[in-house]
Design a protein around this ligand. Structure first.
Ligand code: NAD
Length: 452
């Protein structure tokens, strides 16, 4: 039996450790966090995050071999392996502000592990960190006077929110970066691989040096974000030329070198990771004097900002250049479907711009209203649980999140209670545009001909 500890009980730490507990019933898994409220929520019937399949999973393993606790020091002492999944946000102050990763929480964790460990441990980076962060971790842990040996591994997490449990249970790959050049490094990698071997096929567990593993995570998110900005750049041309972005995506996605995934045009990407990790990559490029590479990746971020701006500019333009006093309903506030997470959601940005134009903004979302209320605190926004209530007297609907729910609403019933002309701006291209047009709506999808 191994004592496995997860430090950080957020979107990554909670689900990841729960899946490990589920798949490895012989091991004891504990998750700790400095946020006592969050730990209390993990121990209750109202988990702090929403993920499909998470409630059932937690019910199955909590109290069996999965435990949530605030006793960080004590759990460090007992642990054999420690997964670190603390937040690594963009730095907001001093040198590198707005670009570099803030490793404050990360370093604090490293020091806490060192202060409390009484025997050797394997420490695993799960958080996304700049390449070569493991050096800092090793230096802090293996100080000259320390009698205890620590092995540091990088095992970046590739899960996507909304499909986290599936991604953890059936991962495309598990990447383990470590030191192949020492016995203890090799032994540590084997120990970690043995955990994943409980459910991940051998060929999907891949090994690399630590730096490749750290960089692979940043590179992976940069490529995904770049794909969104690339297809969105094509969507802008479509709107000018009557080419249709869905037809273009299908045609290019059938090229096996390109592939069909992640080619959906939208109002832009959000979430806590893409922008942060791109900026971090930009900072690393600058740090190593690679200005052109920095500029290249910066454009992915800039284009995403531009796409969000284009979306609001279009709303303004199509609604006769004024939305002052007009009621605009946002369908969805989460940064993507099947999560309540609103971090860096395009909806936040769009709301702020609509308010600048003095629109009356109403927000509805099946899972993210609590977070939306926090994000928009102090702003004159109305929140509605029921989309049919939200649209009463509205001039426009702006679809911000691709929840299935919004595909299935009774749009005739909605049309009847809206102001006319009734506008729909589909920021996710999920609605039946032709059907809406035939009902009387003026419809503006992304990268497709407007129906107006
Ligand atoms: P999160 O904010 O949801 O969770 C982080 C948790 O760490 C918080 O609950 C915080 O209280 C806790 N914490 C901070 N310092 C601590 C300390 N010293 N001791 C104990 N707990 C501490 O963040 P997240 O979304 O889970 O992301 C965590 C890391 O994983 C980040 O580096 C992120 O980039 C990376 N990541 C996130 C995702 C994702 O989809 N969210 C996917 C892959 C990787």
């Amino acid at each position: 039996m191994l004592n496995i500890l997860g430090i950080g009980a957020g979107y990554v730490g909670g689900p990841t450790m729960a899946v490990i507990a589920d798949k490895c019933p012989e091991h004891k898994v504990t998750v700790v966090d400095i946020n006592a409220e969050k730990i209390a929520a993990w121990n209750s019937d109202h988990l702090p995050i929403f993920e499909p399949g998470l409630d059932a999973l937690i019910e199955r393993v909590r109290g069996r071999n999965l435990f949530f606790s605030t006793e960080i020091d004590e759990e460090i002492r007992k642990a054999d392996l420690i997964f670190v999944s603390v937040n690594t946000p963009t730095k907001t102050y001093g040198q590198g502000a707005g670009l570099a990763a803030d490793l404050m929480y990360w370093e604090k964790t490293a020091r806490q592990i060192r202060a409390n460990a009484t025997g050797p441990k394997i420490v695993i980076e799960k958080s996304t960190v700049p390449v070569r962060t493991a050096v800092a971790m090793e230096r802090i842990l293996n100080e000259k006077d320390s009698p205890i040996h620590f092995d540091v591994l990088s095992c970046p997490e590739f899960l996507a929110e909304g499909t986290a449990i599936r991604d953890l249970e059936v991962p495309d790959r598990v990447l383990i970066g470590g030191r192949h050049d020492t016995d203890s490094g090799r032994e540590a990698m084997k120990k970690l691989s043995d955990i994943f071997r409980h459910w991940v096929p051998e060929e999907r567990i891949i090994h690399s040096n630590i730096w490749s593993a750290e960089l692979s995570k940043l590179a992976s998110n940069a490529f995904l974000a770049q794909r969104v900005s690339s297809i969105n750049a094509i969507s802008a041309i479509c709107e000018k030329t009557e080419a249709d972005i869905n037809e273009v995506s299908r045609a290019i996605g059938l090229d096996q070198r390109i592939g069909p995934h992640f080619l959906k045009s939208s109002v832009g990407f959000g979430g806590s990771c893409f922008k942060k990790d791109l900026l971090n990559l930009v900072y690393l490029c600058q740090f190593y004097g690679l200005e052109e590479a920095a500029e290249y990746w910066m454009w992915v971020v800039k284009f995403n900002d531009h796409q969000m701006n284009r979306f609001v500019d279009r709303i303004l333009k199509k609604m006769f250049n004024t939305i002052n006093g007009k009621r605009i309903v946002l369908f969805g506030f989460a940064f993507k479907a099947n999560t309540g997470d609103t971090r860096e959601s395009p909806a936040i940005y769009v709301t702020k711009r609509l308010l600048e134009e003095r629109a009356e903004v109403v927000v509805t979302d099946p899972r993210a209203l609590d977070n939306a209320r926090r994000d928009l605190e102090g702003m004159p926004v109305t929140f509605a649980e029921d989309p049919y209530e939200a649209v009463r007297g509205a001039h426009a609907i702006a679809v911000m999140t691709e929840w299935d729910l919004y595909r299935d609403l009774d749009y005739q019933r909605i049309y009847d209670v809206m102001e006319k002309p009734a506008f729909v701006f589909d920021g996710r291209n999920i609605l039946d545009h032709k059907g809406l047009y035939e009902m009387g709506y003026h419809v503006f999808p992304i990268g497709k001909k407007a129906l107006s």
